[in-house]
Design a binder for this molecule. Structure first.
Ligand code: UDP
Length: 328
């Protein structure tokens, strides 16, 4: 049985990856320090012999006994609200954490896949974003702690690949959504759905003309799975190219949820990218991958998940308007 270590296992993407690799017959070791992750996302896996969980912060030395075939490094805060609350941990997990896991991969002779992000393109001047684009990133802005950690992460990963001959993979993840997103993580989908469920107005930042392209989690996981098993070491964009403005998206959510609330406008957070859309030609050509789930379908499932949460969860998730803290 192949053994895989998944960091950030209790998070949104990490937990879905645990499910997928369990389904594929792997022995899965999940690791998480639970700062932003939630054990609820993986509690269904605890009874399985195929699954182990280590409560550990990968920014500190990582030890795993025995053989290891693969590592997926998905530990990191991943929303602007989290970078503001825990900026140092965000920098550390992308830099020190990645270094520790590359070291582990080297001693275990394991293949490692690193979760990078479309944030390496910053507020992009090239549209859609191809892997060749170098990006337009502010080193010192509020998102810099995430963006620069991820850029460093890509550099050190390529250095281990070139210098040590380590088998490495880099996925650049574009906005992804689905069940198990944290209702209060400040990201636009849980924010809007939470507001609709609590009977509050939907807060669009700026004039809502900024765009995003949302990928359903099952498509994202399929792309990552194929990339891990491919022999391609350079970064690959995985995301859904179907682009929409945030204002139009808010209107879609109003229709989907049937809320009688309206859209209200708030200041645009500092360094908020104005446009984002993946060019997925590489993923198509190299992995034979493209997204299958339309936004209408994915959002229906996601809304169903959030609707199923308890009153208590909903109360805990009061939307925190962080735009005030980081406006231009
Ligand atoms: N956004 C918004 N209202 C909210 C939360 C987010 O208009 O309550 C906007 C945000 O300014 C950004 C987009 O939605 O332009 C996506 O934000 P998210 O935090 O989900 O992801 P990212 O900016 O990292 O793509």
């Amino acid at each position: 049985m192949k053994k895989i270590l998944i960091t950030g296992a209790a998070g949104f993407l990490g937990s879905h990856l645990c499910d997928r690799f369990i389904k594929e017959g792997y022995h899965v070791i999940g690791m998480d320090n639970l700062i932003t992750g939630d054990l609820k996302n993986i509690e269904h896996l605890f009874p399985l012999e195929q699954f182990e969980f280590y409560h550990h912060d990968v920014s500190k030395f990582v030890h795993v006994a025995g053989d290891l075939d693969y590592i997926l490094h998905f530990a990191s805060p991943a929303s602007p609200i989290d970078y503001l609350k825990i900026p140092i941990q965000t920098l550390k997990v992308g830099s020190l954490g990645t270094h520790n896991l590359l070291g582990l991969a080297k001693v275990k002779n394991a293949r490692i896949l690193i979760a990078s992000t479309s944030e390496v393109y910053g507020d992009p001047l090239v549209h859609p974003q191809t892997e060749e684009y170098y990006g337009n990133v502010s080193t010192i802005g509020p998102r810099g702690v995430y963006d620069e950690a991820k850029r460093f992460q890509e550099s050190i990963t390529m250095a281990y690949h070139r210098f040590h001959g380590l088998e490495t993979r880099i996925v650049r993840i574009f906005n992804t959504y689905g069940p198990r997103m944290r209702l209060n993580d400040g990201r636009v989908i849980p924010a809007f759905i939470g507001q609709a469920l609590r009977g509050e107005d939907l807060t669009v930042f700026g004039d809502g003309s900024q765009t995003r392209s949302f990928c359903y989690v099952d498509d994202q996981v399929e792309g990552i799975y194929r990339l891990l098993l491919s022999d391609y070491a350079e970064p690959v964009n995985i995301g859904n190219p179907h682009e929409i403005t945030i204002k139009d998206f808010a209107e879609e959510i109003i229709k989907l949820t049937g809320t009688t609330q309206k859209i209200i406008y708030k200041d645009l957070p500092k360094d908020d990218p104005m446009q984002r859309q993946p060019d997925i030609s590489k993923a198509k050509a190299i992995l034979g991958w493209e997204p299958k789930v339309e936004r209408a379908e994915g959002m229906k499932i996601t809304y169903g998940y959030f609707k199923g949460l308890s009153e208590e969860d909903l109360k805990k998730s009061e939307h925190k308007d962080f735009s005030q803290h980081i406006t231009r």
